[in-house]
Design a protein around this ligand. Sequence first.
Ligand SMILES: [Zn+2]
Length: 365
Amino acid sequence: MSQRTQTSPSARSNATFDDPRWAAVVTRDPRADGQFFYAVKTTGIFCRPTCGARTPKPQNVAFYATQDAAEQAGFRPCKRCRPGQPTLDEQRAVLVTSLCRYIEQSEVMPSLDDLAQRAQMSPHHLHRIFKAITGVTPRAYATATRSRRVRNALSHNDTITEAIYAAGYNANGRFYEESDRLLGMTPKHYRNGGAHTSIRFAVGECALGAVLVAASTRGICAITLGDDPDALVRDLQDRFPRAELVGGDTKFEQWIAQVIGFIETPEQGLNLPLDVQGTAFQQRVWYALQEIPVGTTASYTEIAERIGAPRSVRAVAGACAANTLAVAIPCHRVVRNDGGLSGYRWGVERKRALIEREAAATAAS
Ligand SMILES: [Zn+2]
């Protein structure tokens, strides 16, 4: 149904009414901004869907996917909505990116007022926009940045005191106050790759192959799946290079039995303490994954919406990929928007098997 064919005005307006883009023009839907442009044949001008100009007659409207296409068809950009300029969303993304760089380069954590002043908007407004784009508050972002800096400094400086100053802390006490939360262990232990930390582990067999369960003193810190039990143990040692890996005792054998039981029949739930280590954002995503009911799936977009960060779909996918607690944090229940399986750290076939098993179990109960 080409726009160039000679058709009657009513046929042309019907074609416009049938086009889902027309509803976005009539409602000036901000979500449509940047998705397409509409041109008005009687004025020779093309606009963004959000343009404040009077809504044109449908029989005079043509839609174009890009600005170039509209210009090639002989239309000029509207002076009011300026289709050539970056959209508001794009301008905000540029702004927030520059604030992130500023936070990363600051010696001390910048205040919200400081950031707002740089952005030339109110602290409240800035806080909202920052969170919408990054998924976390400026404070959480700054904390994550410092955490990364501490990790780096600990691996590049000779003494912990040097590392503390290199990471931008000017008082030892405050560093030690925060380090346990930032690192999940004392700085000395982290620096030593978890030396003197003992991690209990055991490998068992389940319907999905080999399963390794490991626990720190805080709770289960890894559940991994694979074909080769030795490879699973090597991976664990790589993650905690200097921790002392100890075989599980009887109590631990019960834990692994519980995890295997949970993998076989997920609807029974897993009631064991988890030692969840991740950034503030990852933890929010993982919490949302645990809220997905057994036997159902959610898309990355839905999870991003549920944690109040609808634009952080890619970051959500990243957090799913970073999960090291297979099944307990059910990243296997997250699928593409079209229902496709996408990737799984422990193999897409295991993901498929888990989803099918859970769906069958809930259908039967
Ligand atoms: Zn316009």
